[in-house]
Design a protein around this ligand. Structure first.
Ligand code: FES
Ligand code: FES
Length: 198
């Protein structure tokens, strides 16, 4: 609508037209400052306890905070990476009670009493998990961004001590690795399974 017709686009957006008509402005026509005030209201906060890598970690989170954000932010566990932040790449994989999940698609408030394991929790008493050791030996990660793959294959060999290459490929099928280290990951996982079996 052009200003020569008496109403400018700015009038419409600022809601002055509705004031002139004596009607309330619909939500979409709230003045920018009011709209901003609406969205900047503090979101509801919750006191929760996350059990992460065997330790209870109390923290305050907003309803909208994802597990990935809670881990990387207040808990300082930056080994979990956020890449797509929409469940498409699996970079942010952690375990919930031993099952790999995308932490960017899990709200911190919905974790409850389930045990969270991150890449920092795979090693025990300063001894690397066989998967971590094999990833180093097989050069399975170049940039170290998709650490979630280590969690997925560690979960695989925990439930299947003798996986085939196809089993490994299936376990990492949801992971997008920009460095293309898939063949190294498969070789490393098969080696780690052997080591674990002794
Ligand atoms: S960052 Fe979570 S799936 Fe990509
Ligand atoms: S090792 Fe770089 S993205 Fe996977």
């Amino acid at each position: 609508m052009g200003s020569d017709e008496g109403l400018s686009r700015r009038d419409l957006l600022s809601g002055s037209v509705y004031a002139a008509l004596g009607t309330g402005a619909p939500n979409w026509a709230l003045p920018a400052a009011a709209a901003e005030a609406e969205t900047s209201k503090p979101a509801s906060a919750h006191d929760i306890v996350l059990r992460v890598n065997g330790v209870d970690r109390p923290l305050k989170v907003e309803s909208r905070m994802t597990l990935a954000e809670a881990l990387r932010g207040p808990l300082g566990l930056t080994g979990t990476k956020i890449a797509c932040n929409r469940g498409a790449c699996s970079a942010c994989t952690v375990w919930l009670d031993g099952t790999p999940v995308c932490s960017c698609m899990t709200f911190a408030v919905e974790v409850g009493p389930r045990e969270v394991t991150t890449i920092e929790g795979l090693a025990k008493d300063d001894v690397l998990h066989p998967v971590q050791q094999a990833f180093i030996e097989h050069d399975a990660m170049q940039c170290g961004f998709c650490t979630g793959m280590a969690l997925s294959v560690a979960a695989l060999i925990a439930r299947n001590p003798d996986p085939t290459a196809e089993d490994v490929e299936r376990a990492i099928s949801g992971h997008v690795c920009r460095c293309g280290s898939y063949p190294h990951v498969v070789a490393a996982t098969l080696a780690a399974a052997k080591t674990r079996k002794g």
